[in-house]
Write a protein that binds this ligand. Structure first.
Ligand code: NDP
Length: 332
């Protein structure tokens, strides 16, 4: 089977030459393990961090080894109790056609309850990030005005809609194209949205939030965070979820110049890691499934077909070519 290896560590923006698609033998599953034919795998912004050789919350990808990440596939051989051939499982060994997975690291998923891709997005890691980051980390409460950046992406589109469904007084989003901005308002029910490429974020945010905001869900950092600090109301809260604007930076990026406003406004800036919120998983799945069934929550996926296009999908994600969750599909 084919698998994507990291062959050199990117400096700044990754380039196709940093990766290689290589052939590897397909092993029989060891004791307590299963062999999975991957059907879909996830490409995510955090993977950019794993390409650097630095200590972080996840170890770096090893050179000349397959990269890792969320994937769903079909079990084609099992040497473990409780998982049968034909079962569909979610696991952490993406970026390859065949994965030999420890049974304890594979979670069975039901393809008849939801499309298998949903377990990588709206009902998966990015969905839980949105749910936990808004409801727990930001202590969202009814009546809050919420601003989310990266609002047409997997996490952001779900943050805005959950805020609306939970009774936000106003939901504002920013994204990188006029088409995405239109989708935020017309499909996802945001009250206001703007294209951050059309002018200074601070000015556009002020116009979109005349009464200020109570919660800022940060996926972007930089100019967005500074603008949000300016318009946050007293006792406002910030979920620091991601800072994608600086993932490819080669120099340290400037901090918000207005950070002293945190004092007088008694702001709370709180980082989050989705893996700390596993206890919320059952409630998250139940509530989001309900909204999906009733049609109150919508989601998009940008599906790139073909193993050979995996790296292009990842590079496209960093450039904003996705609406909703970016997925690489090997199903055909
Ligand atoms: P998205 O689906 O949002 O895809 C990334 C998007 O980022 C692109 O579509 C692009 O959209 C936008 N983007 C890229 N560069 C810039 C830039 N310079 N300025 C503004 N926007 C930019 O990805 P996810 O939903 O998976 O992730 C969103 C964020 O959440 C990321 O920062 C990620 O690292 C973080 N995250 C954090 C987790 C945690 O546990 N803390 C867990 C999961 C995700 P556009 O066209 O709008 O520019």
């Amino acid at each position: 089977g084919r698998e994507w290896h990291l062959v050199s560590r990117p400096n700044g923006w990754p380039v196709p030459e940093d990766f290689a698609l290589r052939e590897a033998p397909v092993p029989a599953p060891g004791e307590g393990r299963v062999l999975v034919r991957n059907l879909h795998f996830s490409v995510d912004p955090y993977m950019r961090g794993r390409m650097n050789d630095v200590k972080s919350y996840v170890p770096p990808f090893q050179l000349d080894q397959p990269m890792e990440g969320g994937a769903v596939g079909e079990v084609i051989a099992s040497n473990a109790e409780g998982i049968e051939v034909g079962d569909h499982v979610l696991h952490g060994l993406g970026w390859r056609e065949y994965a030999e997975v420890e049974a304890g690291h594979a979670v069975k998923v039901d393809g008849s309850a939801a499309p298998l891709t949903a377990y990588l997005g709206v009902l998966g890691m990015t969905g839980l990030t949105a749910y936990a980051g808004l409801l727990e980390t930001a202590s969202f409460k009814e009546g809050d005005a919420v601003f989310v950046s990266g609002a047409a992406g997997a996490v952001g589109s779900q943050v805005g809609q959950i805020a609306r469904l939970k009774g936000a007084s106003r939901v504002i989003g920013s994204a990188g194209s006029d088409e995405k901005v239109k989708r935020l308002v017309e499909e996802y029910g945001f009250d206001a949205a703007f294209n951050y490429k059309n002018g200074p974020v601070a000015e556009q945010l002020k116009a979109a939030a005349p009464d200020g905001i109570d919660v800022y869900f940060d996926n972007v950092g930089g100019e967005h965070l500074e603008a949000a600090i300016s318009v946050l109301n007293v006792h406002g809260r910030v979920t620091v979820c991601g800072m994608i604007a600086q993932y490819n930076a080669t120099e340290p990026t400037p901090a918000p110049r207005n950070l002293a406003l945190v004092i007088g406004k008694r702001l709370r800036l709180q980082g989050m890691m989705v893996r700390d919120h596993a206890a919320l998983q059952p409630r998250f799945v139940e509530e989001v499934s309900g909204w999906l069934r009733s049609g109150e929550l919508k989601y998009d996926e940008t599906v790139v077909e073909g193993m050979e296009n995996g790296v292009d999908a990842f590079l496209g994600l960093l450039r904003g070519e996705n609406t909703g969750k970016m997925i690489v599909s090997l199903a055909r």
